[in-house]
Design a protein around this ligand. Structure first.
Ligand code: FMN
Length: 346
């Protein structure tokens, strides 16, 4: 039912300013979930085998990428649509408003989005409280963490540690975002040395938290698609040395492949959707060359069809996430991907 009405809903939503459309869609989804309208939706993908990754069991391979449910207050609703895992955030220690509006741009001719949201989020305490309110979601919850904009890079580790500690009791895995192009200087933390220092501290803190709580929470790092081969090689060594649990590849790109003629192409921010597909799959493939099966990869970036999803898996991804494809194709895309043979094969 929901799938059939999406083309009309999209027509209406695309008449609205993109950020208002996003807020209204989330509010409508939450309302539908609270009224019981979404019940039973996720039940019609036969043959889906659970997938083991990072020591967790995922009901299926497809997740919602970070940024859609930044606050973590629509997890149950997105779960009903069929996602096997939901990554909330990015969430920072303190609440912040993000960049001035407008900061979200559709490029419909290219099935793409440019955003420079800048980690608008309610802060980690509220994010954790929202996750605790989740009622029926049976899948995996990822908690994506970042640093506040006004925290200098030299103190960024403290922000990640605060978020790690607070999110630990509610997160199934924690995703460390080092790759948003919209927080000045954040991508500098992707350099092999800063990344090694950060991971070292986070791993020590995890040992302490494990001793204190008896609970282990896997750690993933989310990287940019704009890394060069040498950087990928150096980072892979760091991730292997540090025993990272998973890699999330990729975030949005600061490049502007294919969209150069679009009136919004020069807007600052990260580009996602169809123009990112190839580049992101290439980065997954390069990381997989270096990491083999020692560190699983969550493939994300321009999955707009079941074919794109299959190509990410062929490139070496174990799990998949999407964001922009959902904006352009709605819930039908989730079903299409889950029903495709490449994704449903165990
Ligand atoms: C509007 C918007 C906001 C986003 N916010 C975040 C974020 O807060 N944290 C994050 O790690 N990624 C964020 N992303 C990146 C997505 O999670 C994803 O990595 C990227 O968009 C590529 O996937 P896609 O082509 O399927 O959208 C955002 C993407 C969009 C379009």
């Amino acid at each position: 039912m929901l799938e059939g009405t999406y083309p009309l809903a999209r027509k209406l939503l695309f008449r609205l300013n993109p950020e208002r459309a996003h807020d209204w869609s989330l509010a409508a989804l939450r309302l539908a979930e609270n009224c019981g309208v979404l019940k039973g939706l996720a039940g019609d993908s036969p043959g889906l085998a659970p997938v083991k990754c990072m020591g967790l069991t995922f009901p299926n391979r497809l997740g919602l990428a970070a940024g859609m449910d930044k606050e973590g207050n629509a997890i149950d609703a997105f779960g009903r649509l069929g996602f096997g895992f939901i990554e909330i955030g990015t969430i920072t220690p303190r609440p912040q408003d993000g960049n001035p509006r407008p900061r979200l741009f559709r490029l419909p001719e290219h099935d793409a989005i440019i955003n420079r949201m800048g980690f608008n989020n309610p802060g980690v305490t509220e994010g954790v409280a929202n996750v605790r309110k989740t009622k029926g979601f049976q899948g995996v919850i990822g908690f994506n963490i970042g640093k506040n904009k006004d925290t200098p890079n030299e103190q960024a580790i403290d922000d990640y540690l605060i978020c790690l500690r607070e999110a630990w009791p509610v997160a199934d895995y924690i995703a460390v975002n080092l790759s948003s192009p919209n927080t000045p200087g954040l991508r500098d933390l992707q350099g092999p040395e800063p990344a090694a220092r950060l991971l070292d501290r986070l791993q020590s803190e995890r040992d302490i938290l494990l001793r204190e709580t008896g609970r282990q929470v896997p750690l993933a790092i989310k990287v940019a698609p704009d890394l060069q081969t040498g950087e990928i090689r150096a980072l892979s060594r760091v991730f292997l040395d540090q025993g990272l649990d998973a890699l999330i590849a990729t975030n949005t790109t600061v490049e502007r492949p294919e969209v150069g003629a679009h009136p919004s192409h020069a807007e600052a921010g990260g580009l996602s959707g169809a123009p990112l597909t190839k580049n992101s799959t290439e980065v997954i493939s390069r990381f997989h060359d270096d990491l083999g099966d020692r560190i699983p990869i969550i493939g994300v970036g321009g999955i707009m069809s079941a074919v794109d999803a299959a190509e990410k898996l062929s490139a070496g991804a174990t799990l998949l996430q999407l964001y922009t494809g959902f904006i352009y194709h709605g819930p039908k895309l989730i079903r299409e991907i889950l029903n495709s043979s490449a994704v449903s094969a165990s």
